[in-house]
Design a binder for this molecule. Structure first.
Ligand SMILES: Cc1cc2nc3c(=O)[nH]c(=O)nc-3n(C[C@H](O)[C@H](O)[C@H](O)COP(=O)(O)OP(=O)(O)OC[C@H]3O[C@@H](n4cnc5c(N)ncnc54)[C@H](O)[C@@H]3O)c2cc1C
Length: 362
């Protein structure tokens, strides 16, 4: 009987484990491994950083959820993967064997590419992890006491722009609510080729509507920006422009997580996993991948490099396809292999052809 292992208990891994349990008869085991004891609803971290929700509002206990769903739960960080032995090492000393593997480990954050970037010894905040959001919230509370310039944006290579737009617009709203908006100059700085591109070019009216939204709120926006370094008071761009700040939230670009990059032939040079339309690795038939850790090509060639967003919606669609296809491989269901649609936004059916983005995987 097979053991199907899912690594990562986030927006991709948890639904994938649920779907696997739904598809597979009892004799097969589903095992979920995660380095964090909680599931975190990542989109909610922006509200945590702006002190609008406590962190525990967006977290659930993974051990309890797994038990309730008859999923085996292993707590710990995966440090190695031996694909010949089909064996995973957790925290150096525990090993877990798999017949099929679904990798949903999300991203590691490339703060080290820009001096002064990020909360680990740098000068800017992040909302990408629960720890970052808590640190960003402490800094935000100090900023409300002693306001000044606010700079929000993303570094070159970022694919995920939605959270930066959400943060800057919610920060504007919160500063108005606190009655101190007149004390804060807000700048949005981005490698996108134009405001409203969001990593997905060609969405009807997005540029006009987003530019209007920013202008109405007196948010200065700078596109095609390449941040080169950050010191305690200023963000410097490649053209020499300096943006002073008292508070700044800059999204980093992403890489695949560390242990994946050490497995020969598993990932590309950035640590992202190539997949076939079925979400299976092209060379390793027992390995599937989903979510932010998957390689998707950015189709637009932009003056400053950007990635392609891998949204939670896309991640869940990939997870459903992964579970379905592993169940087909194990003979638990009789059906052709499926592929996720990976639409990058919802739109009316008449707009669909115009707005659907062509995604290249392998
Ligand atoms: C601030 C923010 C806001 C967002 N808002 C939206 C939104 O509104 N709508 C939307 O569709 N998308 C949104 N996204 C994108 C969405 O969060 C991602 O698409 C989604 O989280 C990707 O899921 P994932 O499973 O690939 O990664 P994650 O959700 O990050 O999960 C990865 C999991 O793997 C675990 N892990 C990593 N390494 C290891 C290891 N070595 N061993 C064991 N476990 C490991 C991590 O702890 C984590 O639990 C947002 C992203 C951010 C950062």
């Amino acid at each position: 009987m097979a053991n199907v292992v899912v690594i990562g208990g986030g927006l991709g891994g948890l639904p994938t484990a649920y779907e696997l349990r739904h598809y597979l008869p009892k004799e097969h085991t589903v095992t979920l491994i995660s380095d964090k004891p909680q599931f975190t609803f990542i989109p909610g971290l922006i509200r945590v950083a702006l002190n609008l929700n406590p962190l525990n509002h967006i977290q659930l206990d993974l051990c309890q959820l797994a038990r309730r769903q008859r999923i085996e739960w292993v707590a710990g960080k995966v440090t190695a993967l031996d694909r010949e032995k089909k064996e995973i090492t957790v925290e150096q000393d525990q090993t877990v064997k798999y017949d099929y593997l679904a990798i949903a480990t999300g991203a590691s954050l490339a703060f080290d590419e820009i001096p002064g970037l990020g909360p680990h010894g740098g000068y800017t905040q992040s909302v990408c992890t629960p720890d970052h959001a808590l640190q960003a919230r402490d800094a935000w509370l100090e900023f409300l006491e002693n306001p000044g310039d606010l700079v929000v944006g993303a570094m070159p290579g970022t694919g995920c722009f939605g959270p930066a737009y959400e943060f800057v617009l919610m920060a504007d709203w919160e500063l108005r609510r606190q009655g101190i908006r007149d004390k804060v100059d807000i700048t949005y700085v981005t490698p996108e080729p134009y405001i409203g591109h969001t990593g997905v070019g060609g969405i009807k009216n997005a540029q006009k509507l987003t530019e209007e939204l920013m202008a109405e709120r007196a948010i200065k926006a700078i596109a095609n920006a390449r941040i080169t370094h950050i010191d305690p008071q200023n963000i410097t761009l490649a053209d020499g422009c300096q943006l002073p700040f008292k508070y700044s939230m800059i999204l980093p670009s992403f890489r695949g997580v560390e242990f994946l990059r050490k497995v020969p032939g598993l990932t590309n040079e950035k640590g992202f996993i190539p997949v076939l339309p079925s979400q299976r690795h092209p060379d390793f038939p027992s390995i599937y991948a989903l979510g932010v850790g998957v390689h998707l090509e950015q189709p637009d060639k932009t003056p400053v490099p950007i990635g392609l967003p891998k949204s939670g919606e896309m991640t869940e669609a990939m997870g459903v396809a992964v579970a379905h296809n592993i169940a087909v491989e194990l003979g638990a269901i009789k059906s052709p292999l499926t592929k996720p649609t990976l639409e990058l936004r919802s739109c009316t059916s008449s707009e669909k052809n115009q707005n659907q983005v062509h995604l290249t995987r392998v």
